[in-house]
Design a binder for this molecule. Structure first.
Ligand code: PLP
Length: 459
C-alpha cells in the first residue's frame, strides 16, 4: 500500500484496466468528501437504501475503486458479483460507445434489432445442455426470476413453487416471497405472493453433515407431504447460495432434486444470477455436478455492469407463453446487449473461466491457512472466485455476527471492500473481479488476516 500524507490532485482518474493497481489511502475511510455526500444522500435518497461502505466512487478498473477523496480501495466485491470482466473493460467500453452512437432504444418488442438475438444465441450456446433452447431478456435478476416462475406455471398449468431455506432471489413481491431472510429483505413488506413454499436446504456445516442424497430426500419428502407434485410447477434453487451465505450443497443434493423433478413433471429452475458467467471456475456452477436445468436465470456478470438479465431454457417450456406474455420496455436494451456480447467475448478471449479457477486456488490456500490457525473460522467454502469464510464462536460453533461485522469494518477502514452475507450475518464473502492482479488479491486477504488478528489481540 502507498500512504500519502496530502490529498492527491482532484482531477478525476479514468477507470478501466489502466487505473493504478494499488491500495492507497489518503484520508480516513470514508473521507471528508464521501462524508459530505453521505449527508446529501440522507436528505435526498430513501433511507431504505442501505450502503455497505459509504465511499463515493469516481473511477474503477482492474481490482480497485477510486473514491472522491482520492483513496484507492481493493475491490473484493465486484459490485456483488457483477464486474467479472472488470470495471470499464475495454471491449465493453468500445462496444457500448459504438452502440450509443447508433441508437439507444427502440424496444425490442416494437422494432427489434439483431444484438438481442445474438445474446440469446450466446446464452443458448453457453448454458448447460445441448438441447434446443430459447432465451428472453430482462433488466434485473429479480425480473428474470419472476419470469422464470411465470413461464414454468404457464407450461405446467400448475401453481406452487418451492424455494429453499437461506435462498435469495430478489426484492420484488414474488421474489421477496421466494427469499428466505426476513431482515432486511422482507420485514414489513408483506403480504407476499401465494403458492410459494419453502424446503430444507443442504447446509453441511449446520445440518450435521447430511450427505446430499439424504438432504434431498428430506426436502422431497416435505414437498410431497405438504404440497404434492401434482400441484408443483417448479423448484428454484441457487446451485451455490449467495446472500444466504455461499452455502455449497453436499454433492448429490442438486442431482437428486433434479431427478425427482424430471420424474414428476416439475420444472427445475437454476438461479445462477450470482454464480453465473465464469465466477465459480466454470461458466455456470451447475456444471460442477453435470446438472442441466430446465430453466436458468442469469444477470449480474452477464454484461460488465450494464443492467441485463435473462431466462434461458428448454425450447418447449420457453415457447409455451402466448406472444406478448413476456417482455418489457427495456428488456434487452441495445446498450445492454452490446455490453453482454462484448462481456461474453471477454470471458472467452481472456480465458476468465480458468482465471476464476486460479483465483479460487489462491484464495482457497490463503483462507484455509488462516482457518487452520484460527478456530473462529468455522468453514472456508465456495468455488473459484466465489469463496467465503463463516465465523463462529469456537466454543459452541454458534454464528458470530458481531465479530464478522467488526472484521468487515476494520477491513473497510484499511481500504479493502469486503461484503458480508449469511442468514446469521456471520459470513464474509470474496467476489473479486477476475481482472484483479494476484498481488492486490493477496494484499486484500492480508488485510483481512490482520483484522482477524487484531480482534484476537483485543479479546
Ligand atoms: C441468486 C440471486 N438471485 C436473484 C438476485 C436478484 O438480482 P437483482 O438484484 O438484479 O434483482 C440476486 C441478487 O443478489 C441473487 O444473488
Amino acid at each position: 500500500m502507498t500512504l500519502v500524507d496530502t490529498p492527491r490532485p482532484t482531477s478525476t482518474p479514468l477507470g478501466g484496466p489502466t487505473l493504478a493497481q494499488e491500495r492507497r489511502l489518503v484520508t480516513s475511510i470514508p473521507g471528508p468528501k464521501s462524508r459530505l455526500l453521505s449527508e446529501r444522500k440522507a436528505q435526498a435518497v430513501s433511507a431504505g437504501v442501505g450502503i455497505s461502505l459509504p465511499v463515493y466512487v469516481v473511477a474503477a478498473g482492474g481490482g480497485v475503486l477510486v473514491d472522491v477523496d482520492g483513496n484507492s480501495l481493493i475491490d473484493l466485491g465486484s459490485g456483488i458479483a457483477v464486474t467479472g470482466v472488470g470495471n470499464s473493460a475495454p471491449r465493453v467500453v468500445e462496444a457500448v460507445a459504438a452502440q450509443l452512437a447508433q441508437f439507444t432504444h427502440t424496444c425490442f418488442t416494437v422494432a427489434p434489432y439483431d444484438s438481442y438475438i445474438e445474446v440469446a444465441e450466446a446464452l443458448n450456446r453457453l448454458t448447460p445442455g445441448n438441447h434446443a433452447k430459447r432465451s428472453v431478456l430482462f433488466n434485473s435478476g429479480a425480473e428474470a426470476v419472476e419470469n422464470a416462475v411465470k413461464i414454468a406455471r404457464h407450461f405446467t398449468g400448475k401453481q406452487a413453487i418451492v424455494a429453499f431455506d437461506h435462498a435469495y432471489h430478489g426484492r420484488t413481491n414474488l421474489t421477496m416471497g421466494l427469499t428466505a431472510k426476513n431482515q432486511p429483505y422482507k420485514n414489513g413488506f408483506g403480504p407476499f405472493a401465494p403458492e410459494v413454499y419453502r424446503a430444507p436446504m443442504s447446509y453441511p456445516l449446520r445440518d450435521g453433515g447430511l450427505d446430499g442424497v439424504t438432504a434431498a430426500t428430506r426436502a422431497i419428502s416435505q414437498i410431497e407431504k405438504q404440497i404434492g407434485a401434482s400441484n408443483l410447477a417448479a423448484i428454484i434453487i441457487e446451485p451455490i447460495q449467495g446472500e444466504g451465505g455461499f452455502i455449497v450443497p453436499a454433492p448429490g443434493f442438486l442431482a437428486t432434486l433434479l431427478a425427482w423433478c424430471r420424474a414428476n413433471e416439475v420444472v427445475f429452475i437454476a438461479d445462477e444470477i450470482q454464480t453465473g458467467f465464469a465466477r465459480t471456475g466454470h461458466m455456470f456452477a451447475c456444471e460442477y455436478e453435470g446438472i442441466v436445468p430446465d430453466l436458468i436465470c442469469t444477470a449480474k456478470g452477464i454484461a460488465g455492469g450494464l443492467p441485463l438479465s435473462a431466462v434461458t431454457g428448454r425450447a418447449d417450456i420457453m415457447d409455451s407463453p402466448q406472444a406478448g406474455g413476456l417482455g418489457g420496455t427495456y428488456g434487452g436494451n441495445p446498450l445492454a446487449c452490446a455490453a453482454a456480447l462484448a462481456t461474453i467475448d471477454t470471458y472467452e478471449a481472456e480465458h476468465l473461466v480458468e482465471r476464476a479457477a486460479d483465483i479460487g486456488t489462491i484464495m482457497g490456500e490463503r483462507l484455509r491457512a488462516l482457518a487452520a490457525a484460527d478456530p473462529r473460522i468455522g468453514e472456508v467454502r465456495g468455488r473459484g472466485a466465489m469463496m467465503a469464510i463463516e465465523l463462529v464462536d469456537p466454543a459452541t460453533g454458534e454464528p458470530d455476527a458481531a465479530l464478522t461485522g467488526r472484521v468487515i469494518a476494520a477491513s473497510h477502514a484499511q481500504g479493502v471492500i469486503l461484503l458480508g452475507c449469511g442468514t446469521y450475518g456471520n459470513v464474509i464473502r470474496f467476489l473479486p473481479p477476475l481482472s484483479i492482479p494476484d498481488a492486490l488479491l493477496l494484499e486484500g486477504l492480508q488485510v483481512l488476516a490482520e483484522a482477524l488478528a487484531a480482534e484476537s489481540a483485543a479479546a
